[in-house]
Design a protein around this ligand. Structure first.
Ligand code: HEM
Ligand code: HEM
Length: 174
């Protein structure tokens, strides 16, 4: 079988789209602290809506990549294993993070409305006693994602500028 050397256009498109969505999520999270009243409500609603899209797109992306194998990571078998482990962890975080946001909103007794078009079902009763814990979990996971994505991006740049291989180009330029 011929070795796959490049990532497909849908994988590259979804990777860049998700990257932009993650940046938007952190900008919106920061904006929540700078806004009040109705404006804050709007910022939170956009944050929740994009978060739900990230959750759904993670499955689209996973489904596509499972059925359309991408190239193997460049490097020694150990480096390749580490890179793959980090990719799996990133998928887990793309799915877990929105779930913690959803659980938090339900515990607060707040509906999750996706761009005013679709209201997610209420599965958990409001519980003010767990409010702070759920906020702390969402916030801590937000920091974990920053660290993991930071390491992932740093490795991609190391491949590009130090090892001068094709790793970064084949994900961003096709
Ligand atoms: C990948 C997706 C997500 C990321 C990266 C993300 C990230 C964050 C971050 C960094 C914060 C600020 C935490 C802090 O103040 O320390 C935050 C707050 C918040 N997020 Fe998310 N979030 C995501 C998905 C969601 C989803 C799907 C929901 C709801 C359905 C949600 C609801 C909220 C709410 C309500 C807050 C404000 C919490 C508060 O009152 O302090 N998030 N998010
Ligand atoms: C500046 C930010 C980023 C850079 C420079 C970057 C770079 C790359 C590169 C070069 C690859 C291909 C690796 C290879 O060919 O061996 C890759 C793959 C991957 N990246 Fe990123 N990435 C970034 C952000 C993100 C974010 C935010 C996520 C998700 C939270 C993510 C998740 C993944 C996953 C899961 C793969 C494996 C391929 C796939 O399943 O789509 N990356 N990344």
């Amino acid at each position: 079988m011929e070795e796959v050397r490049r990532w497909s256009a849908p994988t590259r498109g979804l990777h860049s789209l998700m990257l932009l969505m993650f940046i938007a999520m952190y900008v919106l999270a920061e904006l929540m602290d700078w806004t009040h009243g109705a404006s804050k409500g709007e910022v939170v609603e956009i944050h929740k809506s994009i978060g739900v899209l990230i959750f759904l797109l993670a499955f689209v992306r996973l489904g596509w990549n499972v059925t359309h194998a991408g190239p193997q990571p460049i490097g020694t078998p150990q480096q390749a294993k580490l890179a793959k482990g980090v990719h799996h962890l990133l998928y887990l975080l793309m799915i877990l993070m929105p779930i913690t946001g959803y659980v938090m909103s339900q515990l607060h007794g707040k509906a999750v409305d996706v761009f005013g078009l679709w209201t997610l079902p209420t599965l958990i009763a409001p519980n003010p006693g767990l409010k702070e814990l759920s906020e702390n979990i969402h916030s801590a996971l937000g920091t974990v994602i920053l660290i993991v994505v930071g390491g992932h991006a740093a490795m991609a740049l190391y491949h590009h500028f130090m090892l001068k291989d094709d790793t970064l180009r084949r994900m961003f330029r096709g």
